[in-house]
Design a protein around this ligand. Structure first.
Ligand SMILES: [Zn+2]
Length: 227
């Protein structure tokens, strides 16, 4: 049962195509896993479409339908369509780590061709970077059973979507499908007691904060979403 969802205004802005690309990716991926939010977005999209039609009702019908098409296109458009034809579409639905296979949300499949190799970090953590373009820094993060990260805070906004498994952080307990948004006011210490570990997808919306400063390069967690 999904407990953490995007805020109602985030879903509304997503339907309006008004979110940043980073936020849009995360909300969209959550909706892939959450029937409730999917329904909210669908309803909002219809309302937006009706609103657009009212706005253009005094114009020629051709113009109105064109604007509606453009708006729907804007709503569904996400940055960087995968150009690679060599990767089979079925291969994009899953990612593998240590013999385990994970099915990933539809929204994230287009980024699989831009996924780097897994690297092992301390504390039973694994990380694979994903190039989602210049608008954000993204990683798949896997916490093995008992894997943990020291208590820390954040810079900028970090969005985390639980792809598979459970973890807790001293603030709450998160399960598959949960959408988590953290900023500089949040301090937490993530740990997974899930016997099967926990896979999450995480995006930082401010890559300048992420890459700036020599201390970050020295910090073993500098490339981890928990930072
Ligand atoms: Zn939801």
């Amino acid at each position: 049962m999904i407990k953490f969802h995007p805020a109602p205004e985030q879903l509304l802005q997503f339907a309006q195509g008004a979110l940043t690309s980073v936020e849009s990716i995360m909300v969209s991926a959550h909706c892939d896993m959450c029937a409730r939010c999917q329904q909210v977005v669908a309803q909002q999209t219809v309302l937006q479409a009706e609103h657009a039609l009212v706005d253009t009702s005094t114009e020629a019908s051709d113009s109105g339908s064109f604007e509606l098409d453009a708006m729907l296109d804007a709503i569904t458009r996400l940055p960087r369509a995968a150009p690679s034809k060599s990767v089979r579409s079925t291969a994009r639905k899953i990612i593998e780590l240590d013999g385990r296979v994970f099915t990933i949300p539809r929204t994230l499949r287009k980024y699989v061709p831009y996924m780097g190799n897994w690297s092992s970090l301390v504390g039973k953590l694994w990380q694979a970077p994903v190039d989602i373009g210049s608008s954000g820094v993204a990683n798949f993060i896997y916490m093995g059973h008992g894997g943990s990260v020291p208590e820390h805070t954040h810079r900028g906004t970090e969005f985390t979507l639980v792809i598979n498994g459970e973890f807790h952080d001293g603030i709450d307990h998160y399960r598959t499908g949960d959408f988590i948004q953290m900023n500089e006011s949040n301090v937490h210490a993530p740990k997974s007691d899930d016997v099967n570990g926990c896979l999450v997808f995480s995006v930082l919306d401010q890559p300048l904060h992420f890459t700036a400063g020599i201390a970050r390069l020295l910090n073993p967690f500098s490339h981890v979403f928990f930072r």
